[in-house]
Design a protein around this ligand. Structure first.
Ligand code: G3I
Length: 319
């Protein structure tokens, strides 16, 4: 059975992938995309620099394709993202006046959600806001608006799309550590003060053999507060040779890791689904960023099935 059917049968969860529309006409890519997944995240297509590269100039091409794909195959879309310290054009990052920055932000959110509010299930409204020590990361948002930017960004999104599930998405929060504890405290403040927040995205870019033992405990920091926790960008990087190939020992370790993470979602009643950050090693961001590592996805460079695929499927079927 396709992963999506196995996930749907498991308390109506989804099983999703990042989608790069650059490959939307590649049959090898779409034959897997169209059958295995019922949730799609635009890997880059909804980022600020792509969707509004100049003030008032919008490029809906890629994001429209993601929405159309979800409709075509009967899936849902997680949007990604508004407030981030990366991929934001200089006409935004050069702003120093708080009122001007807020109006540019509101304009952007109103435009994107005005177009897509009925097409999005959830969205990473805020992306990667924290440093590993739990302090808030420098960005135009923090530098000009202070910590209040978090609430402002979430509130603008709620106002523009009342039914959209609003997420904060981050990495290195998959164990109980300074970063996830700080985020749980921020959420506690939001809950007390009526700031809208529905979920936390656990990116889950893992290293083979190193999935945190307290992943489930970290998820509970948020689901105990009434939020959802979604696995939003799962991949598991392993050592590779010069051709980008991993050996069978690593592929088995990786398969076990995928299984562990999927099981953590299934074991938490408030984890709506798992999204992998690309399904094929042919497209994964990992080798370009981590020298000597790669092969992070359940399908290989030639779109061949790797052990991780079967591990995900059997976990969904039995978990
Ligand atoms: O748009 C240009 C294109 O015109 C050009 O031909 C091409 C040549 O390399 O580059 C294209 O832009 C690249 C884009 O991906 C699309 O391929 C950017 O340079 C590149 O920086 C960008 O990388 C993305 C990265 O985010 C930065 O936005 C990765 O694909 C994407 O996987 C990665 O995703 C992030 C999540 O958004 C947040 N969490 C971490 C995750 C991994 O870094």
């Amino acid at each position: 059975s396709p992963l999506r059917s196995l996930a749907e049968a498991n308390q109506n969860r989804y099983f999703g992938t990042a989608f790069q529309t650059f490959y939307a006409a590649d049959d090898r890519y779409t034959s897997i995309l169209d059958t295995q997944f019922d949730q799609f995240t635009p890997e880059n297509e909804m980022k600020w620099e792509v969707i509004q590269p100049q003030r008032g100039v919008f490029n809906w091409t890629g994001s429209d394709l993601v929405i159309a794909k979800a409709k075509e195959v009967g899936g849902i879309v997680r949007g990604h993202n508004f407030c981030w310290d990366q991929q934001t054009p200089s006409y935004v990052t050069n702003i120093t006046d708080p009122d001007e920055l807020k109006s540019v932000l509101k304009e952007h959110i109103d435009a994107v959600l005005g177009r897509y509010k009925d097409d999005l299930y959830a969205m990473d409204i805020i992306n990667e806001p924290l440093n590993d020590n739990g302090t808030i990361k420098a960005s135009v948002w923090y530098d000009v608006l202070g910590e209040d930017y978090l609430a402002t960004c979430l509130q603008y999104a709620r106002d523009a799309a009342p039914d959209l599930k609003l997420y904060i998405n981050d990495y290195n929060i998959e164990s109980v550590n300074n970063k996830s504890i700080a985020l749980a405290n921020i959420v506690k403040g939001f809950r007390a003060n009526g700031v809208p927040i529905d979920g936390i995205g656990f990116e889950s870019h893992f290293i083979g053999g190193s999935v945190p033992k307290d992943l489930q405990a970290s998820m509970k920091q948020f689901t105990d507060q009434g939020l959802d926790v979604a696995i939003t960008e799962l991949d598991v990087r392993v050592p590779v040779n010069n051709a980008g190939i991993a050996n069978s020992t690593w592929l088995q370790i990786q398969a076990d890791d995928y299984s562990t993470v999927v099981q953590a979602c299934l074991d938490n009643g408030n984890c709506p689904g798992v999204t992998i950050w690309e399904f094929t090693d042919a497209i994964s961001w990992i080798p370009g960023v981590f020298a000597g590592q790669g092969a992070a996805c359940p399908y290989g460079l030639e779109y061949e099935v790797k052990p991780a695929l079967g591990a995900i499927a059997s976990t969904l079927a039995n978990g």
